[in-house]
Design a protein around this ligand. Structure first.
Ligand code: 6R9
Length: 656
């Protein structure tokens, strides 16, 4: 162990080790060794143990069309059957599946038997509307029991869902409806967040009002806020009306393991979001497996993943993983700071949460809030039910890690810092809570079976202690299958020719410790920003900016931010004169709102600066490295002699 890491190693407690399913490093290493010895056998064993198959598979990994890999391809199953019926049949019908807490603090409990009935009735309603296996259904819902029901109901009838985060704009929603060729949309009249009532149906109406969205023939609307909404005759139906009178049972559609369970759009380095397509069998396997190994889920646990179902974390660790393991979980409608920043801790206390999984950005904002408002600090609550903490979405800075460990976990609970992506489907690099010694800021070691590595530009391994490109050397069951409708982009993006098409390129940089070989993620190596754990393509924001009438050119970069990890900074050239003073401030506000409307509030630049031009090389390339320095307020030290127009650097320092 290197001296720098040595000082900061946290051993899992003896109690954590003794009760964990993977107990001690020997047990972790034994799993890794099993996978090394017989890679396919390792995954096949888990697939047989953790899932119930309608037709057992005889093939494991099919590499014949690499990089379009197939797993368990001749097996058939149903994901919703595995998440619901299986638990009811084994006698857990009365067990609570979901504890729902609304924004205003009302609590509802849904048992596995109830959830199964509600999913069946909704699935029957979808079938009655003509939705069938392979059809795409967009889900644009707030955090709700119905959100989970909608996803599970699609899975039950073999429809492929695509959940769009409720914070996305009409424009973003329309693009996704069109790209997916969706036949139906499930939404709600509105949503509650932080005591405010926000619209959703009216945004959906705007998205649907276009030729691009004409494939979408049916809209199902959840009544949540009671707001007045426009219902289009023949197209729009209330959810409570369509499920009314539906039978309580619904024969699942048995699908092949490779059948697309969902498409989830995520930002890439071009302007167009990618529809990441996932499978049924391999995906569910790793959802369940990581629940068992990373979270060590046990029958009496109360699990809480705070992610929205609009992100992959809310897919794997809300809608599928916990249910596939028959666990009890919290689904929370609101925000961490309402009615006060003690909300998470109050909920952990009241619901006796034992496993808590959230994002560094939430932790950082709650650290700040509890400094300003000591009554809301986690230490004011009884958090003794907690046994495992988790983090995901972006690198966690060691200070936030330590605060989380001491103040939330009481120095008792292992923290699993889980590195993974929309594309990977489930945890890829993470400590196991009863095994791996932890180092704050490091996601430590690969999940058993995962062949993560760090290479240079040629694909050659780099020695530990040296930074490089994070790759995965062998296909894994829950990996992305393709980009919906764009297999070529899939191949080029994730299995590039630079690596002879053999390595999965994650898009992150990383380094392994000289002695422990622990991984630390150093950030994205492409044009993707990570703002509060949300992936945003710089090109996407640039396209939104130049779509504004007055904008001639725009370049977007990230700047480190204490609270949000990265903040969006935009450099903009207007068609008219460069504004200064009050006119510039006005224009900044206008453009911020514009981007919020084009993509969604999460994409709004924090800082916008105007120049008469952008710094470019003589060949016309925007010098982004320079812009990053300007964004940080750093002195420009690099050689600017290749710049065509060095004078504009001064303008871009601020809107003076
Ligand atoms: C699950 C999820 C993926 C990107 C990924 C990386 C960053 C996620 C991280 C992490 C450091 C961790 N990321 N977890 N960086 N440590 N524990 O977040 O998926 O939204 O697709 O984002 O997030 O940069 O490439 P997604």
């Amino acid at each position: 162990m290197s001296s720098e890491q040595q000082a900061r190693v946290y051993q899992p407690s003896a109690e954590a080790v003794s009760r964990a399913r993977v107990s001690g490093m020997d047990a972790y290493e034994a799993l890794c060794a099993e996978a090394d010895r017989d890679y396919e056998g390792f995954w096949a064993r888990h697939a047989r143990e953790l899932l119930e198959w309608q037709t057992p598979f005889t093939q494991v990994l099919d590499e014949s069309e690499a990089p379009f890999f197939k797993w368990f391809a001749d097996g058939t199953l149903n994901v919703s059957y595995n998440c619901l019926d299986r638990n009811v049949k084994r006698g857990d019908g009365n067990k609570t599946a979901i504890i729902f807490e609304s924004d205003d603090g009302k609590v509802a409990r849904v048992s596995y038997a109830d959830l199964l009935v509600r999913v069946c009735r909704f699935a029957n309603a979808l079938r009655d509307m003509g939705v069938k296996k392979g059809d795409r259904v967009i889900i644009y819902l707030p955090m709700s029991v119905e959100g989970v029901i909608a996803m599970q109901a699609c899975a039950r009838i073999g429809a492929t869902h695509s959940v769009v985060f409720g914070g996305f704009s009409a424009h973003a929603l329309r693009d996704r409806i069109e790209d997916a060729g969706a036949v139906a949309l499930i939404t709600s009249d509105g949503q509650f967040r932080g005591g405010k009532m926000l619209p959703l149906k009216s945004i959906a109406d705007e998205a649907l009002d276009s030729d691009a969205a004409k494939s979408c023939k049916n809209v199902i609307v959840l009544r949540r806020t009671g707001a007045d909404v426009n219902m289009v005759e023949g197209r729009d139906h209330w959810m409570h009306e369509v499920v009314d009178g539906q039978p309580d049972t619904c024969e699942p559609e048995w699908v092949g393991a490779e059948h697309p369970l969902f498409i989830l759009y995520t930002s890439g380095s071009t302007g167009k979001p990618k529809g990441v397509q996932h499978s049924s069998g391999g995906y569910l396997l790793q959802a369940a497996m990581s629940m068992r190994y990373t979270f060590d889920i046990q029958p009496d646990d109360v699990f809480w993943c705070t992610a929205d179902i609009g992100w992959v974390t809310g897919h794997t660790y809300v809608a599928y993983g916990p249910l596939a393991c028959g666990s009890t979980q919290i689904v929370f409608e609101g925000v961490p700071t309402y009615p006060n920043p003690g909300r998470f801790w109050r909920m952990v206390q009241d619901h006796k949460v034992s496993i808590f999984y959230t994002a560094p950005t939430a932790i950082r904002s709650l650290i700040k809030a509890s400094e300003n408002n000591p009554d809301c600090a986690p230490t004011q609550y009884d958090l003794s039910s907690l046994r495992i903490l988790g983090t995901v979405g972006e690198p966690i800075n060691p200070a936030a890690w330590e605060w989380y460990y001491e103040n939330v976990g009481g120095g008792r609970c292992p923290i699993v810092d889980t590195w993974w992506q929309t594309e990977t489907g489930a945890h890829m690099i993470t400590p196991l809570p009863g095994a791996t010694p932890m180092v704050p800021g490091s996601c430590t070691l690969p999940f058993p079976g995962i062949q993560a590595a760090i290479v240079d530009e040629t694909g050659a391994d780099v020695p530990n202690g040296h930074g490089g490109i994070l790759v995965v050397k062998r296909p894994w069951p829950s990996m992305i299958r393709t980009i919906w409708g764009d297999p070529d982009r899939f191949r080029k993006t994730y299995f590039p020719d630079d690596f002879k098409g053999k390595l999965y390129l994650a898009g992150d940089g990383a380094v392994r410790d000289k002695d422990t070989a622990y991984f630390t993620i150093t950030g994205r190596i492409d044009d993707v920003l990570n703002v509060s754990g949300h992936r945003m393509g710089t090109m996407e924001i640039e396209s939104a900016l130049v779509a504004h009438d007055e904008v001639a050119e725009a370049a977007v970069v990230g700047r480190p931010d204490e609270l949000t990890g990265e903040a969006i900074v935009a450099f903009v050239v207007l068609k008219g004169a460069r504004p200064t003073g009050e006119a510039a401030s006005q224009k900044v506000k206008e453009l911020q709102q514009w981007v919020g409307k084009e993509i969604g509030p999460i994409a709004r630049p924090k800082d916008i600066r105007f120049g008469e031009n952008l710094p470019k090389t003589r060949s016309g390339k925007i010098m982004r490295r320079l812009l990053r320095q300007l964004a940080k307020g750093e002195e420009i030290t690099q050689d600017t002699s290749t710049l065509e127009n060095p004078a504009i650097l001064d303008q871009l320092k601020g809107n003076g």
